[in-house]
Design a protein around this ligand. Structure first.
Ligand SMILES: *Cc1c(COP(=O)(O)O)cnc(C)c1O
Length: 460
């Protein structure tokens, strides 16, 4: 009998960063000192850091080599032109405004297109996108399919926009909608993919109402890989071709290169329309820098240009999506409630099922994050009531339907052995769940409060 070889990481590790495990007592002290906010910890006090997959990727030798080829010209560096050809080859968009990160691309786009009182439909706004829409006086409208809110629904594309609701929303509010957006994968919904047929459908509706259609493209390669795995008619296509098709339906995209461009900083706005390029690149001078560097060094743009070509490699994507699934499967084995199916960049613990004794206004997902840190030195991030902020009309918490602790896996950084540690730490917290207390604010900032909030335990 010939055994099937297991699939190992499609890379060798040639640089390492030591990490150290602290004691439980040290961790309890450190997290209390931050006001029970995981953002307040020093990264050196974290053993396995799953706060974000943003800017945490390990770059390849090819990207590091590109760093040395940085041409630090103010205008027209060769790295800018390499970025341009990479974006054109991978996505098909001819115009690119580099920005210091993804939210800056959102700022340029929304500043240009949005007026106070406008609506922006999206499957689900990511928190920075939502904050930028609100900042410009607009109203973010989430129109994701209902399955997205059912943590156990096996629907394969839980990031899909509800096309009927999009169409009726546009019919009703046509004059007040300056653009349609779609976030792939759907970060706020659990890293769930959007199907090609849905992208096509959103595009058709946007065209019917004559609205520009922009994709929030942060995890485009992971999304394309899910399409290849799950959508009829795509299993034989290359991820590169799937990506080209996805973006052929859009007028442009905002991109955080800190995700699927495998770099530590950067972003861009990519476009088809020359006039919109002129407007947004003009604004870039005000917010970012000259339009051919947009807040980035030449070396940063070179690393992005190379990362965009690397990330669509199918061995890489099989490893990437496979590692996240490996962690999800371990957690299911321990009986820990997670959002299923597992998304592309993270496993989301379902805090409502994990801590059913805590009402949402006691921040169950935040409380769970605190306990997981104390248990195993593992830092996740709350995607729940604290992140959602307040509803400007009522000033009450804008209670989200899902209350989650996101365990975000950095790209090419941790081994499956680290995944084993995370799973055991979660299982230990699961075993002592009934003794976990809720949290209340002792400090709350008016915008993006989750970054700086301070809490105390309600039993104290
Ligand atoms: C990270 C992210 C952004 C914002 O990008 P930054 O680089 O953090 O500014 C926007 N949308 C989604 C879906 C994201 O995940």
């Amino acid at each position: 009998m010939t055994r099937t070889l297991p699939q190992a990481e499609p890379f060798r590790i040639k640089v390492v960063e030591p990490v150290t495990m602290t004691t439980r007592e040290e961790r309890a002290r450190k997290i209390e000192a931050t006001g029970y906010n995981l953002f307040g910890l020093k990264s050196t006090d974290v053993y396995i850091d799953l706060l974000t997959d943003s800017g945490t990727s390990a770059m390849s030798d090819n990207q590091w080599a590109g760093i040395m080829l940085g041409d630090e010209a103010y205008a027209g560096s060769k790295n800018y032109y390499n970025l341009l050809s990479s974006v054109e080859d991978v996505f098909g968009f001819p115009y690119v405004v580099p920005t210091h990160q993804g939210r800056a691309a959102e700022n340029l786009l929304l500043y240009t297109l949005l007026r106070a009182g406008n609506f922006v439909p999206n499957n689900m706004h990511f928190d920075t996108t939502k904050a930028h829409v609100l900042h410009k006086g607009g109203v973010p409208v989430d129109l994701v399919r209902q399955e997205a809110f059912d943590p156990t629904s096996p629907y394969p594309f839980k990031g899909d926009m509800d096309l009927d609701r999009l169409e009726s929303f546009l019919a009703e509010h046509n004059a007040k909608v300056p653009l349609v957006m779609l976030t792939i994968t759907c970060n706020s919904g659990g890293g769930q993919p959007v199907s090609m047929s849905n992208i096509r459908g959103v595009s058709a509706i946007a065209k019917k109402f004559n609205k520009p259609f922009f994709i929030d493209a942060c995890r485009f390669a992971e999304n394309a890989y899910f399409i290849k795995q799950r959508e009829a008619g795509y299993s034989e296509k290359t991820v590169a071709d799937i990506v080209r098709e996805m973006f052929s339906y859009a007028d442009g995209c905002t991109m955080s290169a800190k995700k699927d461009a495998l770099v530590n900083i950067g972003g861009f706005l990519a476009l088809n329309d020359a006039a919109l390029y002129q407007q947004t690149s003009g604004l870039a001078v005000l917010f970012e820098g000259f339009p051919t560097y947009g807040g980035l060094a030449g070396r940063d743009m070179e690393a992005i240009a190379r990362g965009l070509r690397e990330v669509i490699d199918e061995d890489y994507l099989a490893y990437r999506v496979g590692q996240v699934k490996y962690l999800g499967d371990l957690l299911l084995k321990y009986g820990v409630p997670i959002i299923e199916p597992v998304g592309g960049h993270a496993v989301y613990l379902d805090a409502r099922r994990f801590l059913p004794h805590l009402p949402q206004d006691q921040f169950p997902a935040q409380a769970l994050g605190v306990e997981l840190y104390i248990e195993g030195g593992v830092r996740g991030v709350e995607i729940g009531t604290c992140l959602a902020g307040r509803n400007p009309a009522t000033n009450d918490h804008d209670y989200p339907k899902l209350e989650m602790l996101r365990l975000t896996i950095p790209r090419r950084v941790y081994t499956d052995r680290h995944m084993d540690v995370i799973a055991v730490a979660c299982a230990n917290v699961w075993d002592r769940r009934s003794g976990i207390a809720g949290l209340e604010f002792t400090y709350e900032a008016p915008i993006l409060r989750h970054f700086t909030a301070k809490f105390k335990r309600i039993d104290e």
